[in-house]
Design a protein around this ligand. Structure first.
Ligand code: 13P
Length: 247
């Protein structure tokens, strides 16, 4: 079973029309490994700009969405609106949504169900905090987060699972290739036991947390690392090297 390598740049709340335009030019003209699926997750207000300027060979993702198509939910956007802008993916359950904005597992599950039902692909994020890793409960935490997501998925072909240890996000402390592989392997085992062997073999499990041009190759060589979710480095030309990590 070959899983197509998947690299998503999560621009978070960064960029301007000018800087995003320059980044898109860099991506559009770069020499990229054709065997990699590349997605750019832009701030909501720049989704349409990003979709219109980025070469169609790239996909675009929103960074969040709500659980109904429309209504009195000031500040939110729906999968229907995201699709209306020509955008096909959404990141859900990012640790910044969980821990800065207090999103619960239950809400992330509802968002996953609604996004999938409305035709978006979902990059579903999970990951333990530092005290949870140090307390030896990494597996317990990521399995519990994965279960809530899994309970809301009917079609796994539209889901990418992103393992992002919270202690590695924006800290410059990348998980070692062995640490990443260990959790990815456990997650695949969990999927095999709790979903199916076919899903365990086919779902892409990508790693996020301080991935750089320097760390990407060894991480990418791990058997169960099927790509990356990249924050800071996705705003720099270095993102090209990360896309080409396996080339
Ligand atoms: P950094 O790559 O900046 O650590 O961010 C990771 C991340 O949160 C991607 O979603």
């Amino acid at each position: 079973m070959t899983r197509k390598f998947f690299v998503c740049g999560n621009w978070k709340m960064n960029g301007s029309k000018k800087s995003i335009g320059e980044l898109i030019q860099t991506l559009n003209t770069a020499k990229l490994d054709p065997n990699v699926e590349v997605v750019c997750a832009a701030p909501a207000i720049y989704l349409e700009l990003t979709r219109s300027e980025l070469d169609p060979k790239f996909s675009v993702a929103a960074q969040n969405c709500y659980i109904v198509p429309s209504g009195g939910f000031t500040g939110e956007i729906s999968p229907a609106m995201i699709k209306d802008c020509g955008v096909n993916w959404v990141i859900l359950g990012h640790s910044e949504r969980r821990h800065v904005f207090g999103e619960s597992d239950e809400l992330i599950g509802q968002k996953t169900a609604h996004a999938l039902e409305n035709g978006l692909g979902v990059i579903a994020c999970i990951g333990e905090k530092l005290d949870e890793r140090e307390g030896g409960i990494t597996e317990k935490v990521v399995f519990a987060q994965t279960k809530v997501i899994a309970d809301n998925v009917k079609d796994w072909s539209k889901v990418v699972l992103a393992y992002e240890p919270v202690w590695a996000i924006g800290t410059g402390k990348t998980a070692s290739p062995q640490q990443a592989q260990e959790v990815h392997d456990k997650l695949r085992e969990w999927l095999k036991t709790n979903v199916s062997e076919a899903v365990a073999n086919s779902v892409r499990i990508i790693y996020g947390g301080s991935v750089t041009g320097g760390t990407c190759k060894e991480l990418a060589s791990q058997k169960d690392v099927d790509g990356f979710l990249v924050g800071g480095a996705s705003l720099k030309p270095e993102f090209i090297d990360i896309i080409n990590a396996k080339a």
